[in-house]
Design a protein around this ligand. Structure first.
Ligand code: PFF
Length: 458
C-alpha cells in the first residue's frame, strides 16, 4: 500500500489509496481512453474527413484542446485527492457541486449502454473461438444485438467490470491495466503488420490516408474531430480527474497528459491500419455504412468469414482487443461513480461498486432490449453531456477555481514544460471555452434531432 495523507480533513477518514507505480496510472488512463470509440470511429472519421490531412489536424487539436483540457482534469484531481463532486466543492464552492453530479450521471449513463456494445464484442470473440463467424453477419447481428441474447452478455460484462473495480486501485484497476493494455497494443500491432501483406491493402491505405485538404474546410469535419478527441480521451465527465485523485502530489502531470494523449491517438491510428486493408482486400467497402455499429459488427465479421480459418484467428484477436479496450474504459466509467459514492456517502468500496454496478446493469437492460434506446442514450450522454461537462470544466479551471492553476501545473513539472505553462493557461481561458461552446451548439441540435426521432419512431 502507498497511503497518502487524507486531504478531506476528518481524522477517521482512511488515507486514500494511491497508484503503486507511474506506469500503473498511465496505463490505466490510456486504458480509459482507448476503447470502442477509437478502435473504429476514429479511423472512419479520418478517412471521410481528409485522410492524412485530417490526421495532422487531429494531432493539432489534441495538442491545442485535448491536452489542456486533460490538464484541467488532472490538476483538480491531483490537488484535491477527491472524486469529482468533492473536488469541485473544495476548489469551487457549493455552486460547482452540480457539475460533479453531471459527471456522475454521465458516467452512469454511458456505462449502461457501453456495456451492451461491449457484450456484443465479447460474444463475437467467443463465437470466433468456438463456432466461427456467422455466414450472414447482417442477419446474425439483428438476432444478437437486442433481447435476451444481448442481455446475457451485457450482464457478463458488467460482472467483469464490477469485479475489477471493487478490488481497488492497485490490486484491481492498476493490475488489470498493466496486463491488459500491453496485450491490446501487441494484438493491434500484430494485426497491422499482418494486414500489410494483404492483397489490395494499398487501396485500403489510400482510402484511409489520401490527403484531401478540401474536406478539412468543411465545418462538420472540425466539429466531429473536436468531439471525437474529447470522447476518445475520456474528457468531460471526470474520469481523468478521478484517476488523478490517486496520484501523489509531485507527479509530472504534463508528461503524463502528453503520453496518454499520444498513446490513445497511436492505437486509434493503428486500428485504422488493420480495418481498411481488411475491408478493401475483400472489396467490402460499399457495405461500410456511416454507422459505427454496422461497420464494426457487420462489415468486418463479413470480411473475416470470407477469409476462412485465417479470418477466424484474426477476427478472434480483433474482437479480443476490442473487448480489452472496452473493459479498461468501462472500469474508468464505473470508478467515477463508485469513488463519488465512497467519498460522499462514506460507503465501503466493495459495497459501493457492487451496489452501483447492479443499478447500472439494470438501467442498461433498456439499451439491451432496444437498440434505438441505446442510440438515444448515446446521443444524450455521449454526444451532449460530455461536451457540456468539458465546457464547464474549462470555465471552472480557467476562471473560477480557488487556486492558482499555473502554480498547480508547475508542481512536479520538468523545466522544459514550465516555459509552456502561460500558453496552456491562455488556451484554457481563451480558446477552450469558445471552441467547445460552438461544438456544444451543434451537439444540442444533434441530440435534439435524436430525441425527436426516437419519440416519433416509438
Ligand atoms: N474513451 C472511451 C472510448 O474511446 O471508447 C470512452 C469513454 C470512456 C468516454 C470513459 C468517457 C469516459 F469517461
Amino acid at each position: 500500500m502507498n497511503p497518502s495523507p487524507s486531504s478531506s480533513g476528518g481524522g477517521s477518514v482512511p488515507a486514500r489509496e494511491l497508484w503503486g507505480t507511474r506506469w500503473g496510472f498511465v496505463l490505466a488512463a490510456v486504458g480509459s481512453a482507448v476503447g470502442l470509440g477509437n478502435m473504429w470511429r476514429f479511423s472512419y472519421i479520418a478517412a471521410e474527413g481528409g485522410g492524412a490531412a485530417f490526421l495532422l489536424l487531429y494531432i493539432v487539436m489534441i495538442a491545442l484542446l485535448g491536452i489542456p483540457l486533460m490538464l484541467c482534469e488532472l490538476t483538480v484531481g491531483r490537488r484535491t485527492h477527491l472524486s469529482p463532486i468533492g473536488a469541485l466543492r473544495e476548489l469551487g464552492g457549493k455552486g460547482w457541486v452540480p457539475l460533479g453530479f453531471l459527471f456522475v450521471v454521465t458516467g452512469f449513463l454511458i456505462l449502461s449502454y457501453y456495456s451492451v456494445i461491449a457484450g456484443w464484442t465479447l460474444r463475437y470473440a467467443a463465437e470466433a473461438a468456438f463456432i466461427g463467424f456467422a455466414p450472414d453477419p447482417g442477419a446474425h447481428f439483428g438476432e444478437i444485438s437486442e433481447g435476451r441474447a444481448a442481455i446475457g452478455w451485457h450482464l457478463a460484462f458488467m460482472v467483469l467490470t464490477i469485479g475489477i473495480v471493487m478490488v481497488g486501485i492497485q490490486k484491481g484497476i492498476e493490475r488489470a491495466a498493466l496486463i491488459l493494455m500491453p496485450t491490446l497494443v501487441l494484438i493491434v500491432l500484430g494485426l497491422a503488420v499482418w494486414a500489410l501483406f494483404l492483397e489490395g491493402a494499398g487501396e485500403g491505405y489510400a482510402f484511409y490516408l489520401m490527403p484531401d485538404l478540401g474536406e478539412l474546410m468543411d465545418g462538420t469535419v472540425l466539429r466531429q474531430a473536436t468531439a471525437q478527441a474529447f470522447f476518445s480521451l475520456s474528457l468531460g465527465m471526470g474520469a481523468m480527474l478521478t484517476f488523478a485523485s490517486y496520484l501523489s502530489r509531485d507527479t509530472d502531470l504534463n508528461q503524463e497528459a502528453v503520453t496518454i494523449s499520444f498513446a490513445d491517438f497511436g492505437v486509434a491510428f493503428l486500428a485504422g491500419l488493420v480495418v481498411f486493408p481488411v475491408i478493401f482486400a475483400l472489396g467490402l467497402q460499399d457495405s461500410v455504412t456511416e454507422s459505427t455499429v454496422g461497420a464494426l459488427f457487420i462489415s468486418l465479421p463479413g470480411a473475416f468469414v470470407e477469409m476462412g480459418t485465417m479470418g477466424r484467428v484474426v477476427g478472434l484477436l480483433f474482437f479480443l482487443a476490442l473487448g480489452v479496450g472496452a473493459i479498461t474504459s468501462a472500469i474508468s466509467l464505473l470508478e467515477v461513480v463508485t469513488s463519488s459514492i465512497i467519498d460522499e456517502l462514506g460507503m465501503a468500496r466493495k459495497n459501493a461498486a457492487i451496489g452501483i454496478g447492479i443499478l447500472i446493469a439494470f438501467v442498461g437492460l433498456l439499451s439491451a432490449r432496444d437498440i434505438d434506446f441505446l442510440g438515444l442514450a448515446d446521443a444524450i450522454a455521449g454526444d451532449l453531456f460530455l461536451v457540456v461537462g468539458a465546457f464547464c470544466m474549462s470555465l471552472f479551471v480557467g476562471w473560477f477555481i480557488k487556486a492558482d492553476p499555473a502554480e498547480e501545473l508547475a508542481r512536479g513539472a520538468g523545466e522544459g514544460f514550465k516555459r509552456f505553462i502561460p500558453l496552456v493557461i491562455f488556451l484554457i481561458r481563451y480558446v477552450l471555452p469558445p471552441v467547445i461552446l460552438i461544438v456544444l451548439v451543434f451537439a444540442l441540435q444533434d441530440t435534439w434531432a435524436a430525441i425527436t426521432a426516437f419519440i416519433v419512431g416509438s
